[in-house]
Design a protein around this ligand. Structure first.
Ligand code: GDP
Ligand code: MG
Length: 295
């Protein structure tokens, strides 16, 4: 099952909420999810595999093209699509573009109106009707939710389970994500870079986990992680390091806190910053930093 929607509608937040763990990065800045990521929810009688996608948008450069390609390929061959909207806004032209993409794809679909918590009570019925008008018959049902506070999430899970085909579970019961741990760790670091630097550091940042080692010290489990943050310009490197290394310290500490959700024991995290001009235009660099196409 794939989650599809424009950047920033709350796809990653919703997956985290439904699965109940932080497995994907979220951010107030659009387009933070770069690769497809699978999150897995196993209940007593069903297994739901969520595929998080980068938002669908018009491509501007090589990286952008890859994002859109991956999003489109994510709707091929899935049992069900969750089409997520930000219900805070009326449906617009970009929404029609995504709807049309689905109609040609003939996929089963649940429309999810997210951020329902932001709507005034008096506006709710009108907004629901606007979205009902946008969608058509091949879209099976509509559910309003708040990925932030969990409103409607149980109802959504039940609707999903009702529409899933019968089959054997694909993953063991306790698996919640199928990304390699290194990818998840680098995403957690990238998330803190985006959150802490906002406008100054655009999406030209990548993170590479250079080394990950398990050490036992006095009977304690320690995971030592060495990571490089790659930026395109020297000025960006300066911002990232901050005065006396203060910015890098904040990024490292916050990322490490989130890593504790994924790794048992203590974590040592060491960060370096490297400048590689125009890495986003270089195929070899895109592959090195994990942005391959997967189809
Ligand atoms: P994505 O680009 O679709 O993956 O969007 P994200 O999951 O990264 O979320 C974008 C922003 O919307 C973040 O700041 C989230 O905290 C916020 N957000 C997501 N879901 C909700 C919601 O249900 N209510 C509110 N108020 N904010 C939300
Ligand atoms: Mg996302």
């Amino acid at each position: 099952m794939t989650l599809l929607g424009r950047p920033n509608v709350g796809k990653s937040t919703l997956i985290n909420k439904l699965i109940g763990k932080k497995i994907t990065i979220t951010s107030p800045i659009a387009q933070t999810t770069r690769n497809k990521l699978r999150g897995i929810l196993t209940t007593d009688d069903a297994q739901i595999i969520f595929i998080d996608t980068p938002g669908v948008h018009k491509p501007h450069h090589l990286l952008g093209e890859k994002l859109v390609k991956n999003a489109k390929s994510a709707i091929n061959g899935v049992d069900l699509i969750l089409l997520i909207f930000d219900s805070n806004y009326k449906p617009g032209r970009g929404d029609e573009y995504i709807r049309d993409l689905l109609i040609t794809n003939k996929a089963k679909c649940i429309v999810v109106l997210n951020k329902w918590d932001l709507l005034e009570n008096g506006d709710k019925i009108a907004r629901l009707n606007q979205y009902k008008k946008l969608i058509n018959d091949n879209l099976i049902s509509i559910q309003e939710v708040s990925a932030l506070n969990g409103h409607g999430c149980n109802e959504l899970i039940n609707k999903i389970i009702g529409l899933l085909p019968d089959g054997k579970p694909l993953y063991p019961k306790d698996t919640i994500v199928d990304q390699p741990i290194k990818v998840m760790l680098s995403e957690l670091i990238r998330e803190q870079v985006l959150l802490n630097t906002r406008e100054e550091i655009p999406h030209s940042v990548a993170v590479k986990i250079e080394k990950m080692e398990y050490i036992k010290n006095k009977g304690k489990d320690i995971t030592a992680i060495l990571a490089t943050i790659i930026v395109e310009r020297k000025s960006q490197k300066g911002i990232l390091i901050g005065k006396g290394g203060s910015m890098l310290k904040v990024i490292g500490q916050s990322a490490r806190m989130n890593m504790k959700n994924l790794i048992e024991g203590s974590i040592y995290l060491e960060l370096f910053v490297k400048v590689i001009p125009n890495w986003r235009k270089k195929e070899s660099k895109l592959i090195e930093y994990g942005y391959e196409e997967d189809f």
